[in-house]
Design a protein around this ligand. Structure first.
Ligand code: NAD
Ligand code: 13P
Length: 349
């Protein structure tokens, strides 16, 4: 069988949109099987029905992407092992905190010629240091893994508003081109970049900047302050990425995954929105409580990423070089007030 078979591992807000993009292309492109499997973390909705059954019946993810048809060729599957067993192209797109467990469950289950791509924005911190999610997938499953990141608020792409994205690849440009082909539509323009670490660090670290932008909004500090936070954040993103991986390219920060994702997430993202509410509460309500109340099952990545980044900075003795990243973490843990986001001094990152 020469046709590629795609499985999407994850079915949240972005996972569902990714499945929709892929499903429309799988139907059009002769080199792909029509059917796209989507692994669903099963849950029972208040009406007693299983989410998987509803998706397969209505073709909609009524909980995480209501009102959008995914495409009839999307098949929801609650069994992770079964969902991946026939696929040779795996798309990982879950909140980053679940990826370690998912990789452990799939350990030894992936055989043959399989390629992966991660849409997950985040990292794991192991004893040896930071481990990007694409490396976690690569190492645990023994497969090559590209990444796709960009200025991609899922709800906007779901209604087919134009946006761009960046595919980062390690070695094979040919494989990157296959992923570009699988995701590209007239309203979703994907560019391959030979810098997997740079692309993935951009997608990961901008979530911390978005939390800072949300504090600024909550404190009603205005546009200049927010622009300053975005600029300082972008500079810390670049500095930390290059310290961790000297091969990271400057040009990557001008791709969709860099400056464009900082802008869109700081203007319209979930991290921004919940951080705004946190600042408005004067730090009195917890992020966990606000996340549950405001996002209804969707997950924030910025608060845990700020903690993970802080662990790395602390371990390497770099805390002082990254005042914005460090301050975000200390505000999230309640050690500093939201106002502290603009109360650090000139720094030399
Ligand atoms: P989401 O925020 O909608 O999260 C909900 C998903 O997590 C649901 O599918 C839920 O079933 C699943 N889940 C809950 N508990 C779980 C568990 N214990 N194990 C496994 N899964 C569990 O997810 P999303 O928006 O698809 O985000 C996935 C990744 O994509 C994140 O890293 C995010 O930063 C990134 N991303 C999101 C967007 C966006 O606009 N939503 C855009 C670009 C990138
Ligand atoms: P939020 O998780 O803050 O909504 O950001 C989504 C995103 O990554 C847009 O590119």
């Amino acid at each position: 069988d020469l046709k590629s078979k795609v499985t999407v591992v994850g079915s949240g807000n972005w996972g569902s949109v990714a499945a929709k993009l892929i499903a429309s292309n799988a139907l059009k492109l002769p080199s792909f099987h029509d059917e796209v499997r989507m692994w669903v973390f099963e849950e029972v909705l208040p009406n007693g029905e299983k989410l998987t059954d509803i998706i397969n019946k209505t073709n909609e993810n009524v909980k995480y992407l209501p009102g959008i048809k995914l495409g009839r060729n999307v098949v929801a599957d609650p069994d992770l092992e079964n969902a991946v067993k026939e696929a040779n192209m795996l798309v990982f797109v879950t909140p980053h905190q679940f990826m370690d467990g998912i990789c452990k469950r799939l350990d030894g289950k992936i055989t043959g010629d399989v390629e992966a791509i991660s849409l997950v924005k985040g990292m794991e911190v192991k004893k040896e240091g930071p481990c990007m999610i694409s490396s976690l997938i690569s190492k645990q499953l023994g497969i090559n893994c590209c990444v796709l990141m960009g200025a991609n608020i899922a709800n906007e792409i779901a209604v087919e508003k134009f946006s761009e994205a960046t595919v980062g690849y390690r070695e094979s440009r040919e494989i990157a081109d296959t992923w570009v082909q699988l995701f590209s539509t007239p309203y979703f323009m994907v560019t391959p970049v030979h810098d997997v670490e740079g692309v993935e660090l951009c997608g990961t670290l901008k979530n911390v900047v978005a939390i800072a932008a949300g504090f600024v909004d909550g404190l009603e500090m205005g546009n200049n302050t927010k622009a300053a936070i975005m600029r300082i954040g972008l500079r810390e993103m670049k500095a930390l990425s290059k310290l961790l991986f000297p091969s990271v390219k400057d040009s990557t920060f001008f791709e969709s995954c860099g400056v464009a994702d900082v802008i869109t997430t700081c203007l319209g993202g979930r991290n921004r929105r919940v951080a705004e509410a946190y600042a408005k509460s004067g730090g009195k309500r917890s992020f966990d409580e606000l996340e549950a109340e405001m996002l209804q099952g969707q997950k924030l990545q910025g608060v845990s990423t700020a903690r993970e980044v802080y662990e790395v900075l602390n371990h390497c003795g770099w805390v002082e070089m990254f005042p914005l990243f460090s301050t975000v973490h200390q505000i999230c843990t309640g050690r500093l007030q939201p106002e502290a986001i603009v109360q650090y001094r000139e720094h030399k990152a």
